[in-house]
Design a protein around this ligand. Structure first.
Ligand SMILES: [Fe+2]
Length: 500
């Protein structure tokens, strides 16, 4: 089984089908010249360090993020990095992205990170976010040049590393966490079973449109699956159904049966995400959100902090029902969903997500690796047996049987060691980690998370659906009051039970 979840963080290369790359073709040379001339002519730039444009040029472009156009007072070191996003009402394609990249190059701003997301000003358009090294760069001229090829340029002051890593504070902020990786995309990866199938690729685009258009608070639009898609689902379903009783952990089996009894799961139809999301919310507070493909680890893990699971809706290629190089609805619905209905596992998943908020890229990699060896490929003890709880195994009959055979190595779960364990995603894992219990794994994860460098701790407030940072006396006091209320109820309940 090769389904690959959020793993090692990497820059996002592409979100979905791009429009043509012929935007403003006649401006190409003049833009490069602009950047070269501006770069050469400037020496001191009091606006530049803060990414501010000339007050006379396109003022409204910065209205949202820049409250004032007065020259800032520069205290201490100048910022060495800048984070800027840009989009166009005409749509942006690879060509215009390349021209924008040329502007950065001519300004001598070294690109550190490039991401794409759906545009907020153009339906089906893209917005690009670029983080760059601007040491010694005239940032004003860079921004001015950029403004000439796009309609909207925004400097993200809060995204600058000197201000800490941005993370979603409210569940609706997950609308911004849609950064996809391109790995294993059927139209880019020639090893993908659907690579040469134009019809399949078009069908994928049709289904992923739902995810691109989805916003927090909306119902998830359903998919009318074809006969061929339902047949593929049914084939995978029946294979796994037989194995679950002997290979899956008891929590997964129990929830799977409950989904069947509720009429939500059957080999005869592919469940709709909205229905499954409602089921999960009642069982463990988790809800689903449609996603168009493989997300970056940071975005994927952040959604877990809000008990939101990002779920694909498309299905693997019919020619390869037992293998998918990336997550599909078989992987999500048969592998992940049942066990997410278990409150203990849901809590464990949320804690990985909370641990990821605001941490460095290195720590995201460690948490993604922990996620890989637990939520995706984890094994656990059940009496004297070992069973699978990882969705990568529970959605892949071949690897499920292999993982529980005596062929691979089984090792006890230790968070600090698992976090740095090398893994590969091209074949079955040579090594699996076995947890004593979800509770034990959760305790070890907590201890590991507390050792990570972070300026603050966080908790999720389920009433406001906000992340509370525990970095002020007031916030810590509020949290203590909240916990005190719960603790009093538990103490009272214990006393009543004991008296009986
Ligand atoms: Fe997964």
């Amino acid at each position: 089984m090769m389904s690959r979840p959020a793993s090692k963080p990497r820059p996002v290369k592409r979100a979905h089908t791009f429009e043509g790359s012929t935007l403003y073709p006649s401006r190409k040379s003049s833009l490069i010249e602009d950047a070269r001339r501006d770069s050469a002519s400037s020496s001191v730039d009091v606006w530049g360090p803060f990414g501010l444009p000339s007050p006379t040029e396109n003022d409204d472009v910065f209205a949202e993020e820049q409250p004032s156009l007065s020259p800032p007072v520069v205290n201490g070191d100048l910022p060495k990095q800048m984070c800027v996003s840009f989009s166009s009402r005409e749509g942006i394609g690879f060509g215009s992205l390349a021209r924008a990249a040329k502007v950065f190059e001519m300004a001598k701003a070294k690109l550190l990170h490039v991401e794409s997301r759906t545009s907020t000003i153009k339906e089906d358009g893209l917005e690009f976010l670029v983080q760059c090294d601007v040491k010694g760069v005239n940032t004003r001229s860079l921004v001015t040049s950029l403004q000439k090829i796009v309609d909207s340029v925004v400097i993200h002051r809060d995204d600058l590393p000197r201000r800490g890593v941005w993370f979603p504070r409210h569940i609706s902020d997950l609308d911004k966490c849609t950064h996809l990786t391109t790995e294993y995309e059927p139209d880019l990866d020639n090893d993908h079973p659907g690579f040469s199938d134009k019809v399949y690729r078009m069908r994928r685009s049709e289904i992923t449109r739902i995810a691109f258009q989805y916003k927090y608070g909306k119902n998830i639009e359903g998919v009318e699956y074809t006969e061929e898609e339902t047949k593929t689902w049914g084939y995978v379903y029946r294979q796994l159904q037989q194995l679950f009783t002997t290979h899956a952990c008891k929590e997964h089996v129990a929830a799977f049966r409950e989904l069947e009894r509720a009429g939500l799961y059957s080999p005869d139809f592919i469940p709709q995400l909205e229905d499954v999301s409602k089921f999960l919310q009642e069982k463990s507070g988790f809800q689903l959100r449609p996603v168009a493909g493989l997300l970056t680890a940071r975005d994927f893990l952040a959604s877990l902090a809000f008990r939101v699971f990002q779920t694909t809706q498309y299905i693997r290629h019919a020619s390869s029902p037992m293998h998918t190089p990336e997550p599909d609805c078989c992987h999500e619905l048969l592998g992940h969903i049942p066990i997410l209905a278990d409150p203990g596992f849901a809590q464990f998943s949320q804690e990985i997500g909370l641990a990821s908020l605001g941490v460095s890229d290195d720590d995201i990699t460690k948490l993604a690796t922990l996620y890989w060896f637990t939520v995706e490929f984890g094994l656990c003890k059940e009496g004297d047996q070992v069973r699978a709880y990882g969705a990568g195994l529970l959605s892949a009959p071949g690897e499920l049987m292999y993982a529980l055979s005596d062929q691979p190595e089984h090792r006890s779960f230790q968070a600090s060691k698992v976090a740095v364990q090398e893994y590969q995603d091209k074949n079955y894992q040579p090594l699996y980690f076995v947890s004593e219990s979800f509770e034990d794994t959760k305790q070890k994860l907590r201890a590991f998370a507390s050792s990570m460098k972070k300026p603050f701790d966080v908790r999720y407030d389920p009433f406001t659906r906000r992340i509370v940072t525990l970095d002020t006396v007031e916030n810590v006091r509020d949290t203590a009051r909240y916990l005190k209320g719960h603790f009093s109820a538990v103490t009272s309940a214990l006393e009543r039970i004991t008296v009986r």
